[in-house]
Design a protein around this ligand. Structure first.
Ligand SMILES: N[C@@H](CCC(=O)N[C@@H](CS)C(=O)NCC(=O)O)C(=O)O
Length: 244
């Protein structure tokens, strides 16, 4: 039995966890959640009572939610590949710090933009205000990230990629998605880095998966599974923490 990652489309932050699983190269399955189709399948409530993606169903039947926790869990499985580091080391602290930053400040910078996107009835002036606030927040954080990437190939500066890079491959693409500014001109180091990530086979795979297209995966991707199949196989967590 292999772990199952529940990923959300479109434009899910779970994209980074798919990239992480591909880089890790250990057997896994995927379960697709169409985030815009409401209401979600109630079976997902057994996986994450908050009805948010990503979530990771582990071999022992327990689930892990929150990108940060999932990525740190996978990082620990990828110590030999340098995807993560042993707790108690300086490198562990730096990965922890970077993932925490990406998952809080950087992620939150996009919130006004998602609100503008998801409320079709907004007055034009309100939409513009949200976009102005979001653009300023994202720009501030892109400037910060850009400083890490001057003469550096990867976010943490080592010779090999870490799971912070996997996560940023997913949420960094939101800058282009929201058409905020000319990334290449304003933050050339971040732009170069995101361009390089775009041609990574795992990133191409995650993109194809999101778009429901044929995808070339590592040999460790064991295919998709549905919530119904997991339920029938008694792989749903035993204890329900469903929110009423
Ligand atoms: N703190 C959570 C946030 C998860 C989250 O907000 N996921 C979004 C997709 S990026 C989601 O599932 N949204 C579904 C919805 O709001 O209906 C994490 O980082 O994993």
């Amino acid at each position: 039995m292999q772990p199952v990652l529940f990923y959300g489309v479109p434009q899910g932050s779970s994209f980074g966890s798919i990239v992480a699983l591909e880089w890790l190269g250990q057997p896994y399955q995927l379960c697709r959640i169409e985030m815009l189709q409401h209401p979600w399948n109630p079976l997902y409530g057994y996986i994450n009572p908050l009805y948010l993606t990503p979530a990771l169903l582990l071999e022992d039947g327990q689930t892990l939610t929150e990108s940060f926790a999932i990525l740190m869990h996978l990082a620990n499985r990828g110590l030999d590949q340098g995807l993560g580091f042993r707790q108690g080391t300086r490198k562990f602290d730096r990965l922890n710090q970077m993932l925490a930053y990406l998952n809080t400040d950087f992620y939150a910078a996009f919130n006004p933009l998602w609100t503008a996107d998801e409320m079709p009835d907004l007055e034009p002036a309100d939409r513009e205000l949200l976009r102005t606030v979001g653009r300023a927040e994202v720009a501030k954080n892109c400037a910060y990230l850009d400083t890490f990437l001057v003469n550096q190939e990867w976010l943490l500066g080592g010779k090999t990629r870490t799971l912070a890079d996997a996560y940023l491959a997913g949420i960094g693409r939101w800058v282009d998605y929201h058409q905020l500014f000319d990334l290449q001109q304003m933050y050339p180091n971040l732009h170069r880095y995101l361009q390089k990530l775009k041609s990574d086979p795992a990133v191409l795979f995650a993109e194809a998966i999101e778009n429901d297209q044929a995808a070339i995966a590592s040999s460790k991707f064991m295919g998709h599974v549905t919530l119904e199949e997991l339920h029938a196989a008694s792989r749903m967590p035993q204890v329900s923490r469903l929110v009423a």
